[in-house]
Design a protein around this ligand. Structure first.
Ligand code: NAP
Ligand code: GCO
Length: 264
């Protein structure tokens, strides 16, 4: 049974894996035996992450590149292929969000979110996949969101990107599953990371919404997502393709209920 989740000898790239969900995925896949590579925009983030991974017993390979820049992605992946090996597991995790009402949002802001959250997974996957096709094996995990299926006020760019990423995942499956590549998404609900800190900390009223809409009654932890990523990165998911696995404590199953109402 353990062999199903053994990633020994696999090379995994987690984009933006220097903290939050990406780091939780990196640690989980690393503990399963994968060689972990992470990139970020800032060297200082990578240096800090290297120490944290080392405390978890993981010797992470780090490099700076911007996932939206095709030339930087090509150069970065070339370094990984030369220094570590061809990428077997790609986690398109890097992402941003801008919480701005549509009428107040500059087109440039909208485009920036689309570039990082939707175009970048296209760029990085295009660069990594040829070696996966050559090897007739590969795993791609696109970091979607419950906002791949829901909208909410102020996150139009983010939901547009994550909705698109859900269907980009489906299209990657249609084109690459025949080469024994499995391409899936993970759709986290509300997870306690730096990205959600502005709507979670300091008794923010959004906390009440998350608590009443999440049947599990808690914010998710990055490790909850890391565990789902291990499944989608392992042999256990070899016949799962084009799927988005929601890790949301039941939010998508829940229309909602009156706060404080006893379960009937
Ligand atoms: P986070 O704490 O903001 O981390 C995002 C990471 O992406 C950071 O390391 C960031 O680097 C990196 N990044 C951003 N733009 C980049 C670029 N152009 N090139 C390279 N790296 C870049 O976010 P998180 O909460 O861990 O979320 C990780 C992923 O899960 C994102 O795709 C997010 O949309 C998704 N997600 C999060 C939640 C949640 O509730 N937290 C729920 C659903 C989906 P810097 O720090 O250097 O900018
Ligand atoms: C928000 C949150 C969400 C989460 C996540 C939910 O402002 O609503 O940031 O977008 O990040 O995407 O799945």
């Amino acid at each position: 049974m353990n062999d199903l989740f053994d990633l020994t000898g696999k090379v995994a790239l987690i984009t933006g894996g220097t903290h939050g969900i990406g780091m939780a995925i990196g640690k989980t896949l690393g503990k399963a035996g994968a060689k972990i590579c992470v990139n970020d925009l800032l060297e200082v983030r990578l240096e800090n992450a290297k120490k944290e991974y080392a405390e978890a017993g993981i010797n992470v390979f780090t490099l700076v590149f911007d996932v939206t820049d095709e030339a930087q992605v090509d150069a970065g992946i070339s370094v990984i292929e030369r220094e570590v090996g061809p990428v077997d597991i790609l986690v398109n995790n890097a992402g941003i969000i801008k919480r701005i009402p549509i009428l107040d949002m500059a087109v440039e802001d909208y485009k920036q979110v689309i570039d990082v959250d939707l175009v970048a997974p296209f760029i990085v996957s295009k660069r990594v996949v040829p070696n996966m096709i050559r090897k007739r094996a590969g795993k791609i995990i696109n970091m979607c969101s419950m906002m791949s299926v829901y909208g909410r006020n102020t996150v139009s760019a983010y939901a547009s990107a994550k909705g698109g990423l859900k269907l980009l995942t489906a299209n990657m499956c249609c084109e690459w599953a025949k080469y024994n590549l499995q391409i899936n998404g993970i759709g986290p609900g509300y997870i306690a990371t730096a990205q959600t800190a502005p709507i979670r900390e300091g008794n923010h009223p959004f906390n009440d919404l998350v608590m009443t809409r999440t049947p599990a009654g808690r914010w998710g932890e990055p490790e909850d997502v890391g565990n789902a990523a291990l499944f989608l990165a392992s042999k256990a998911s070899d016949f799962v393709n084009g799927h988005v696995l929601y890790v949301d404590g039941g939010i998508l199953a829940n229309f909602g209920y009156v706060k404080g109402e006893n379960d009937l």
